[in-house]
Design a protein around this ligand. Sequence first.
Ligand code: F6R
Length: 605
Amino acid sequence: MCGIVGYSGVKTVRQVLTDGLASLEYRGYDSAGVALWEGNAVTVIRQQGRLSRLVERIGTAHEESRCGIGHTRWATHGQPSEVNAHPHRQGRVTLVHNGIIENYLQLREQLEKEGYVFQTQTDTEIAAALIDSCYKGAPLEAIREACGRMEGAYAFAILFDGHPNCVYGIRLGSPLVAAVDDTGAYLASDLTAILPYTSRYLLPEEGELLALEEGRLSCYDGSLRPMEPVWKQAHWSVEQARKDGYRYFMEKEIHEQPQALRRTISPRIADGLPSFEVDGLPAGFFGRIHKLYITACGTALYCGMVGKALIEKIARLPVEVEVASEFRYRDPILEPDSAAVIISQSGETADSLAALRLLKGKGIPVIAVVNVVGSSIAREADYCLYTYAGPEIAVATTKAYSVQVAMMYLIAILAAGERGLADDQEQRRLVAGLEEAVERTPQVLAMGDEIRNYAKGLKNTESMFYIGRGLDYSLALEGSLKLKEISYIHAEAYAAGELKHGTLALVTPQTPVVALATQPELLAKTVSNMREVMARGGPVLALVTEDLELDPGACDRRITIPGKSGIFAPLLLVIVLQMIGFYAAEERGCDVDKPRNLAKSVTVE
Ligand code: F6R
């Protein structure tokens, strides 16, 4: 993620940049920085932490500067520190970047041979050096040549020594917009930074170049031929633009799942096989252990339950899953030759961090599955497998859960290989199954109307149940949590076979039951449980994969999950569950993104 902004014109740039970054802060807030043209020199100011700290540090200085670039960071390569903060400067080039340069290590080696010395672990510093090494006095030529050698995704805003009051921009795979008003020219990662000044904007195509020179904006195609800008008109308010036109962050984040999943799995698949080499996890790690402990809280715990089912099934490695707040206080008996996985979106959950410390203290190697780079859990774990969901703003987690689950598949498949239970061919077959499920996620996102229709009927519901068996039970737990935390409908999840041991007494025509049925070997049993509910007048919604036949008499309503039944169905099923929670909350007029009594990062025990 990360947000970038640039301006050249007659206004004091300090204010334009920090206002722009404030509206982009949702894209990341590990550090912030600006680079300002002052006369013929560039001044760089960087600060770890939130933008407010940078604003405080700049104060009322640099009043005369009229051109510059700014950045708010969501760390990918390198800790969130001042030295890793953007802008980065190498030679005569100063730049800010949003994206990931995949071949940066290879480029770094080449540039080191040319004499470049690097201060950071970031891919961005490499990009600055590469552009500098291509710079012979003509900025656009240098950008074009350097970008030709980069692989990955980027949006850059760049300053070149010798070209004061100018900013140059380009994008590939990362967003960038530009605009002009009667004071000057702007560029930014998204419209929110520009909308306070003008609603007319342009979206450069991939590989096109932008030059903001002394307040004027010029566009060039990939061959550096000047182009007429193609203007668009925004019909969004600033707040709507921040949400990309969605009404709520949760809705936007639900819809970001296909990209988040691809971003998370693709660096960990090499030649069709799972690999955590990029994360520094030693090869053969899972072959050397006899037990795995997974501990986490809330939704992350439910992901751990999916992990247990997958790892035990595919890799036959025994897994114990436990809620971190219990695990840390019960003096657990930990077996030798074991390892642990801590799952946490924020990487700051107090109980999960305490569980990690307990495990490490007992000599158990810990792998963290974390979304926020440089967070406490990521730093303290022996190994960290970062999920690349991007910043999650809504309190109820959605995309961060899906990418955690994707990581569980990769761990399970890799462990199966390392434990001799799956040869390369079988591992490739499983990885292809995972990729296929990821590619189907947009199909579920397109089912909004059908799901909203069901959720409308929950408007006055006070209590409901989610039931399922096996993997479906773990998903039922997540579905019921999603519903209750944002819609305030009381919802409980039960292993489908358990309902009749007491809870069935609560089922009436006023208690809807959502039955999850995506595991073929358990279907018949789940159907019996659905019939038990129907017989007591409970309205049953069945969530069933498209390849499973279901007797229509077993439910009142069916929503069909696209794709195959079996172990990869959870990735698709969970989106339906998230949407049921979201639409029910919306229908009931709840504050979807900020549910009462809750916080995004739970740093108290
Ligand atoms: C529910 C939710 C929480 C978190 C839990 C753990 O939607 O978001 O249940 O999953 O607080 O948080 P992390 O993953 O940050 O450790």
